[in-house]
Design a protein around this ligand. Sequence first.
Ligand code: LLP
Length: 418
Amino acid sequence: VPGYLRSAQGRALLCGAALGELLTQAGVSTPAYFYDLDGIGHETAELVQALGARSHLVAYAVKANSAGSIVRRIARHGAGADVVSGGELEVALGAGIEPRRIVMSGVAKSDTEIDRAIQAGLRAIQLESVEEIERVAARARAVGSRARVSLRVNPGIEIDAHAHVATGHDEAKFGIARGDVAEAWRAIDRAGNALEAVGVSTHVGSMLKTPEPYLESARVLCEVARARRAAGARLEFVDFGGGFGIDYGAGPARPPADFARAALELLDREGLGELDLVLEPGRALVGAYGVLVARVVGSKVSGARRWAMIDAGMNDLVRPALYGARHRIEPLDAPPAEPLWQVVGPVCESADDFGEHALGAPLPSHVAIRDAGAYGFSMASEYNGRALPAEVFCADGGVKSASPSPGASAWVKRRLDA
Ligand code: LLP
């Protein structure tokens, strides 16, 4: 029996046969995401432990997966949150995360979002431009509270990743360019009482397999922090961002704890050991602990080509279409076997294609698309009039709760009402 979800120790947490049973138990229709809450909790606990007992913070990037059951489980194991919208902020607060354990990033925050963040008293609003410093200061005066802020610095570093997930290079819209940092501090100081600059942050990009590029960008940030402190200002934390990769089948990635330990060592070496360290992992906490289960709808064999049509499409999991990502797809009830099938979804786009996978013959009734816990449901859409997929939350080997698909009729009604 294939094990789809493996904990750090290689223990099979949910396997094919179990998933088949869970699908029946959950009583939801496919496509359906299944998550292993125990695996997520365990992964979070390991990283929190590696960071140690001080007031360092694992700020889970809620964008990776914003399901309440998942955010609550992650919070229970000692993590806070990194949010990028008012909606994500409400999910983090609603899941019981204390405001001081939440940071908010984003290049185009609305006034409403900024006001809410100021009033909630977050650890920091991460400012992404000199212009935004002035905007947030004006909002702080308008709401009559001091805003805790940090400067998100663009380190100017290229990483080896798909262009869509590299954020820390010179042409990215994110963060304050190194050349503008001095002007940013002047703007902070000009804002007087409206702003309290408590930290500096960065995020170099996603899918890092080793800590080196992470540390390279962290060093740039340390330089910025040291210069600020040398000018006599106080800082509480440095935030090195997220981006820890996972193994999608092409080779292992170093565990998040290795990134954390390397980051702590760097902080010490840079003479900033008394500052708090914030990390913002998203994918690494949830990616491997979710699978998307789909039904095989039909097949088409034409000459040498064989297509397997499934009921999950790019609207349910967009990563292959958007980033050329490969997710392993395996039969739910049997080990992978020849022949290979081109697995495609129902959406009317050639990009709705999950690649070639060994599904065997005859085709299985259901397949599991692996490593879909991060940026799966959270990026899903209703394109082509397809309802959002179901989600099933598993723990202790069984179904804990299920959130069914809203169904296509809800979509039909909304469109007719529009
Ligand atoms: N912090 C900031 C400021 C970010 O922009 C991101 C991700 C994270 C943390 C978390 O990064 P992670 O640890 O998950 O790599 N949809 C893409 C990934 C986009 C990531 C955007 N920012 C994907 O499916 O690969």
